[in-house]
Design a protein around this ligand. Structure first.
Ligand code: ADP
Ligand code: ZN
Ligand code: ZN
Length: 747
């Protein structure tokens, strides 16, 4: 037999830690099956470690004597699919980061370093039947326990030993004896950890509404053809989920898979329930609140092809679905699709790229599409699909704006306007449910000195501390610090210290005062800790046990409660005032989504928005529920003031213990950038401004933050500037430097 040509594998070592791009060469021993994407054990220095094969070659490229053999594959399948290897390489080129960093996205974290194992359970099964079984039973005359065990196994099926233990004390002893006698075998079987506590019955498909039908007439041919990009603008309650379900069903018919991204899966348990109800075990979920074992097992079900439909948060865009038919991004306007960790990515962009690469259709959907996506659709990069009315012609909720300045003038100093109190009274009198939203961002209750105006702040972060009525103390929402409220002002010594602002707890107190005995649930960061925190509260409300839900913007998204007829936005303005060019967009989205929770079933809905700025265009457009006119105004403003999509906001963020160090580095960065412009003056024209300064949040988790902030025109020259900034950020500085392009938060 001719000797096989020796084959070599290029391996990235220990991708959990390596931030080097170095590829090591190993020999693949004969008969060992290893392909690109396989995880392997390798000798490394004096130890053995894990690596990932990134290429196979016949040309070792280094001296043969130095090459060691691979120990062997860690799994009998490549953990990273070839198309995801390609995606990792593309992302690495774009993010200018090591390949190890993007490959890491493709594997469940717990898989690296073998921190989770396949779970096995002991099973027992009869090895005899008929005559032989009778003989075996007779042989147990002195042990009723063993006889019972044989009876329990009589149907010949394998039973988990844990199940037998419910009826028989310590069954394993008995089973071992039976095993010796040759009547039973005991063995380990792999079991999957399942994150579905309450799968309901399988459900039938409803009759599609005409708009759903029309949308699917565009979408299904695209799924079949394996291409096509769509933006679905469908008002709240138009039945977007049913569209997803039908598109996914088409994929399954074609033998293809699907990925459905949702902003935060703990907040959209309904999506999972609905998908499990229609698709059963073919649907899998991936999100961060699964246990390590559950996550690993769900990932393996997907990788092995048992689960073909994946519902998950941002990182599920990397799910190992082979032969992908469609990628769906629900609530595509949500900020949570941007990952701020390195390598930073936008799940929508990754979805675009995967759809192109793998011949899948792409569907972005929202009732309030992001300005960027809508502009893209307007430009023709995506086809715009529209569902302009609610299912079964249910009316959109009626929205009232209440001017809180007027309330004050009329002598109402409370946090609820007369209109909202009346609305609540009617709603509760009629046995219906209400939701009250507090846009918490920037408006959390804080503690202030009335004499000098000093606000209690976190010593480690440059933010005010938030007052929590529950434990009467001050919390930092950035670093977790908890402090008692001081007796005297640390700045002036005055004892005149008061809380200002309102929190969800305050809203809860007011509701209880006005409507004693009405059961209420409050959903905010404090009440929803733990794996099941959200689900329990949502269920209390869904079952009708609670009549009012009070919460932060976390409850504005996607939820479908048929009995909710009143929605109140306790204060709409806050997010408008934040110093970020996206504030109007976020405010519009938030208010429109909140309003969309009302009147989703047979009962019509009413929405009351309390505001100090009813004339603001974002608030007025939300009250009209007029996405298009908001979009037109916002797009015009962005063009006039040169914001994205006309420009890019780019910054180099420097973080150090010491403020002086951070500022020194940001100063040096500025100099380097200016040098570039001296060398290549034509680039300068693409830069609208550059500023070196403290970041808006000057201190975070004990680290000082400085920045070089730039606004660049969208132009190919700007790509050169960014490449240069990237190189700069990766040099060794005396503090942390990261490059951010249109980051989710500019704080
Ligand atoms: P959206 O995500 O567009 O806000 P949902 O997908 O949550 O809307 O659907 C709103 C409600 O309408 C849900 O209760 C859903 O079960 C119901 N629904 C959707 N499509 C249909 C249909 N074709 N027939 C009857 N009810 C439907
Ligand atoms: Zn802090
Ligand atoms: Zn003071």
């Amino acid at each position: 037999m001719p000797e096989r040509v020796p084959c070599y594998a290029g391996v990235i070592v220990d991708i959990a830690h390596a931030d080097v791009d170095h590829v090591f060469t190993y020999r693949i021993p004969q008969r060992m099956q290893v392909t690109r994407g396989t995880r392997v054990g390798i000798p490394f220095g004096h130890r053995t470690t894990e690596g990932l094969v990134v290429g196979i070659t016949d040309e070792p490229g280094i001296e043969l004597g130095k090459i060691k053999d691979l120990i062997g594959p860690l799994e009998d399948y490549p953990a990273v699919l070839p198309q995801l290897m390609d995606l990792a390489e593309e992302m690495r080129a774009q993010a200018h980061c090591p390949l190890a960093a993007t490959l890491r996205l493709m594997l469940p974290a717990q898989m690296r370093g073998g921190r989770v194992k396949v779970k096995t359970e002991k099973f027992a099964q009869l090895t005899v039947q008929g005559e032989a079984l009778e003989t075996a039973r007779k042989a147990q005359s002195r042990s009723p326990k063993r006889k019972l065990l044989l009876d329990l196994l009589a149907d010949g099926q394998a039973r988990p030993v844990s199940e037998l233990a419910v009826l028989v004390r310590t069954p394993l002893d008995g089973l071992r004896v039976l095993e010796e006698q040759g009547a039973v075998c005991v063995f380990d079987r792999e079991v999957l950890r399942s994150p579905y506590p309450e799968d309901g019955a399988r459900e039938e498909d409803p009759q599609l509404t005409p708009p759903q039908q029309e949308v699917l007439e565009e979408l299904l041919p695209a799924v079949r053809a394996g291409k096509g990009k769509f933006l679905l603008y469908g008002v709240t309650g138009s039945g977007k989920t049913e569209v997803y379900i039908r598109a996914v069903r088409e994929c399954l018919k074609l033998g293809k898979g699907a990925i459905v991204l949702v902003p935060e899966i703990v907040l959209t348990p309904q999506m999972v329930t609905w998908f499990r109800a229609r698709f059963g075990d073919v649907a899998a979920v991936l999100h961060s609140r699964l246990s390590a074992g559950e996550r690993f097992d769900e990932w393996r079900r997907i990788r092995m092809g048992g689960a073909r439909v994946v519902i998950g948060a941002r990182s599920a865009v990397f799910a190992p679905v082979d032969n992908l038919g469609i990628l769906i991004v629900d609530e595509e306007h949500e900020g949570s699709y941007l990952s701020e960790h390195t390598p930073a990515y936008d799940a929508r962009e990754v979805a675009f790229s995967r759809a192109n690469r793998e011949g899948a259709a792409l569907l972005l959907a929202s009732a309030t599409p992001s300005v960027l996506s809508f502009a893209r659709a307007a430009r023709g990069d995506m086809m715009l699909l529209e569902m302009a009315s609610r299912v079964n012609d249910r009316p959109m909720p009626e929205v009232t704006l209440v001017d809180m300045r007027e309330e004050l003038r009329l002598g109402n100093k409370g946090i609820f306007s007369d209109a909202l109190v009346r609305g609540l009274t009617d709603c509760l009198d009629q046995g219906q449910q209400a939701m009250l939203f507090l846009n918490r961002r920037g408006y959390a209750p804080s503690v202030m000195c009335r004499k000098c105006g000093h606000t209690m702040g976190c010593p480690a972060c440059d933010v005010s501390l938030t007052y929590h009525a529950q434990d009467r103390s001050l919390h930092c929402h950035y670093c977790g610090l908890i402090e008692p409220v001081p007796r005297a002002c640390p700045a002036c010594g005055s004892a005149y210290i008061r809380t200002v602002g309102i929190g969800t707890q305050r809203v809860e107190e007011e509701v209880t005062k006005l409507f004693p005995g009405v059961p209420l649930v409050r959903m905010d960061n404090d009440t929803t800790q733990g794996k099941d925190g959200h689900r329990k509260l949502l269920n209390q409300f869904r079952s009708g046990q609670a009549r009012v839900m009070v919460g932060t913007q976390m409850i504005a998204k996607g939820l479908d409660f048929p009995q909710v007829t009143l929605v109140g936005a306790v204060l709409a303005d806050v997010s408008v005032n934040l110093p970020d060019y996206r504030s109007p967009e976020r405010t519009f989205q938030l208010l429109t989504q909140m309003a969309g929770r009302a009147g989703r079933a047979d009962l019509p809905g009413q929405v009351i928005i309390q505001t100090y700025r009813p004339e603001h265009y974002a608030i007025a457009a939300a009250a009209q529920q007029d996405y298009r006119s908001f979009y037109e105004m916002e797009f015009a403003r962005r063009r006039r003031d040169l914001y994205p999509p006309f420009t890019m906001m780019v910054r180099l963020l420097c973080q150090a213990r010491d403020e002086a160090v951070a500022r020194a580095v940001s100063g040096q960065l500025l100099e380097h950038i200016n040098e570039l412009f001296v060398k290549e003056p034509q680039l300068r024209r693409r830069m609208l401004f550059i500023r070196e300064d403290d970041a808006p949040i000057k201190r975070l988790m004990g680290r000082a933050r400085a920045q070089v902030l730039m606004k660049l025109l969208v132009h190919k020259d700007s790509d050169r500037i960014i490449a240069h900034l990237n190189d700069l950020s990766r040099r060794s500085w005396s503090c942390d430097v990261v490059l951010e392009i249109d980051p989710a938060s500019m704080a």
